[in-house]
Design a protein around this ligand. Structure first.
Ligand SMILES: [Zn+2]
Length: 187
């Protein structure tokens, strides 16, 4: 199945929001999950100009982003496929995701799934929940996980061809390899 290019764009944004707002360990270091202004400003830096401005103008964005991040984390790390599907469906309904075609300057019409509520967080909630649903539909239920490296709670979304991903990024992959090498030498 051909996955909409929108989905490959959303996947790292989803993981970034969840990790900023919920992870207490990242890459072997203790971190404070972000909330309020800090969460809004840091996450908005990943977005385009229009979305970033809209997010920072919303006084409730921090609280709503944190709620969305918690819901997304539960969906990503649900153990049974049925629970995962139910949680993703619940987020789709909650944010009122609706498919519609948008024409941006210089681009052909492409499909968006903004939520119906009007705020930027609701728009993102609709996009993100739909992206997760399309990933489950196109790749199966096993494409989400928590980094397996020591002291890291970051989530990842695996869009590799062979479902080979186990770590949140290059740094944790390298840390885990080093740890495995050391433990073999000490046996
Ligand atoms: Zn990690």
């Amino acid at each position: 199945m051909e996955i909409a290019c929108n989905v490959t764009r959303q996947a790292p944004l989803i993981a970034e929001l969840v990790n900023l707002a919920t992870a207490r360990w990242r890459g072997g270091a203790s971190v404070q999950p972000l909330a309020g202004e800090n969460l809004v400003t840091t996450f908005a830096a990943n977005l385009g100009d229009r979305a970033s401005v809209a997010l920072r103008a919303d006084p409730d964005a921090g609280r709503h982003l944190a709620e969305l991040a918690a819901e997304l984390r539960q969906a990503l790390l649900a153990e049974r496929p049925a629970d995962q599907a139910a949680r993703i469906n619940a987020i789709i309904r909650r944010y009122g995701a609706q498919p519609y075609l948008v024409e941006d300057v210089g681009q052909p019409f492409h499909l968006h799934f903004h939520g119906s509520g009007g705020s930027e967080v609701e728009a993102l909630g609709g996009e993100f929940a739909t992206a997760l649903a399309l990933i489950v539909d196109g790749y199966g239920p096993d494409r989400f996980g928590e980094c397996e490296a020591h002291q890291c709670e970051a989530v990842y979304i695996d869009l590799t061809r062979n479902a080979s991903r186990r770590y949140c990024g290059a740094a944790c992959t390298a840390r885990a390899k080093t740890a495995a090498y050391r433990s073999r030498r000490h046996i």
